[in-house]
Write a protein that binds this ligand. Structure first.
Ligand code: AR6
Length: 170
């Protein structure tokens, strides 16, 4: 599995699946979630509504998959990161679950290339360096016999981009 770190807008990335940092409602919001729904069009929201109709809210750490609508990717994997609030080990393990469950869902759907945003490090205020370490370590240690060819970490802000480069190069 090849690991890549780039600085970009995830809505422009052409991979099999991009990951969305969603909320439990799956109905859209601000940040990367807002950008994905805005640019991907109504088809994504429609698919999220259908998922809600059968399984209700998406729990923190879990992931669901939809079409990517008008985006260049084929799928969007929506995962819900933890709100940092006062932090703690439980928040760390929930963030880890986001990456693991997204990768599992990717494998189930025969996805070969996947791009992650820096989940929870915006509105949900997870400390960026800790989040980057968890993201990279979790992907690197992912144990399933991997049919995934490439994982791209798409950093939006400069601070995350510098952190990811530093940690990946170590
Ligand atoms: N492409 C890639 N990364 C982006 C983009 C983009 N277009 N836009 C923002 N980021 P956030 P969270 C980065 O706040 O912290 C929503 O309202 C951003 O710089 O999008 O998990 C949801 O509905 C940051 O590093 O997600 C939830 O309610 C990272 O994406 C809540 O925000 C995550 O920031 C989720 O909060």
């Amino acid at each position: 599995m090849k690991l890549k770190v780039i600085q970009s807008d995830i809505t422009t990335i052409q991979v099999d699946a991009i990951v969305n940092a969603a909320n439990t409602s799956l109905l859209g919001g601000g940040g990367v979630d807002g950008a994905i729904h805005r640019k991907g069009g109504a088809e994504i929201l429609e698919a999220c509504r259908k998922i809600r109709a059968t399984q209700g809210n998406c729990k923190v750490g879990e992931a669901v998959i939809t079409t990517a609508g008008k985006l260049p990717a084929i799928y969007v994997i929506h995962t819900v990161g933890p709100v940092w609030n006062k932090g703690g080990k439980e928040k760390e393990s929930l963030l880890k679950k986001c990456y693991i469950n997204s990768l599992k869902l990717a494998i189930e759907n025969n996805i070969k290339t996947i791009a992650f945003p820096n989940i929870s490090t915006g509105i949900y205020k997870f400390p960026k360096e800790l989040a980057a370490k968890i993201a990279i370590e979790t992907v690197r240690n992912f144990e399933e016999p991997s049919q995934i060819d490439e994982v791209t970490f798409v950093c939006f802000d400069e601070e995350n981009f510098e952190l990811y480069k530093k940690i990946v190069e170590k």
